[in-house]
Write a new protein. Structure first.
Length: 183
């Protein structure tokens, strides 16, 4: 690395960014937001830092103090997710996108749980989505937090993936499949 830096700076008069330049394995580095898997057959994947940036963006859009409807939040999220997936359409690792899709839906279910506020409202809304009265009341009064309830079976049953699809939430996996089928 020192010899290469000396050549680039001395002979070619180029400036080397020491923060971005390193000699390392491809899976330890990131290139334009992408990285590589370390398996025998190398595949292109989204870099961990890019995933963390997207998660921070989603957290900002789904903050609890925003006071916005779920439709407004889904519209704002869909624009971000559509653009992000357009950039990372070359990724070959799909498992991460599946986890992100599930995590985003859970964040939205958490928003719903917080918006309902009172146990009576929660039970009424769960009953309206098809739960029995007993199960709805048991779920609404379970004394667990919003994040736990967002991942619980009663919220997954009443607000499945197809419900979010009807709202217009962009699925990262579905978008990737569409991109790869047109290539």
């Amino acid at each position: 690395m020192t010899e290469l830096t000396a050549f680039l700076e001395g002979e070619l008069h180029l400036k080397v960014n020491h923060d971005k330049s390193a000699v390392a394995r491809p899976w330890e580095r990131k290139f334009l937001g992408y990285s590589f898997t370390w398996h025998k057959q190398t595949r292109l994947k989204v870099a961990d830092s890019s995933l963390e940036r997207l998660k921070a963006w989603v957290r900002e859009l789904t903050r609890q103090d925003r006071g916005r409807s779920i439709l407004f939040t889904v519209d704002a999220l869909s624009a971000v997710l559509r653009g992000w997936m357009s950039y990372f359409r070359l990724t070959q690792v799909r498992g991460v996108l599946e986890e992100l899709d599930g995590w985003i839906r859970r964040k939205l279910r958490c928003i719903l749980w917080r918006q309902w506020k009172r146990p009576f409202t929660r039970a009424r809304m769960l009953q309206g989505k098809g739960l029995t009265e007993e199960r709805a009341w048991r779920s609404a009064t379970n004394q667990r937090g919003p994040w736990w309830n967002a991942g619980a079976s009663h919220m997954n049953e009443t607000h499945p993936k197809r419900w979010f699809d009807l709202l217009g939430l962009v699925s990262l996996q579905g978008t990737l499949r569409r991109f790869q089928s047109t290539q």
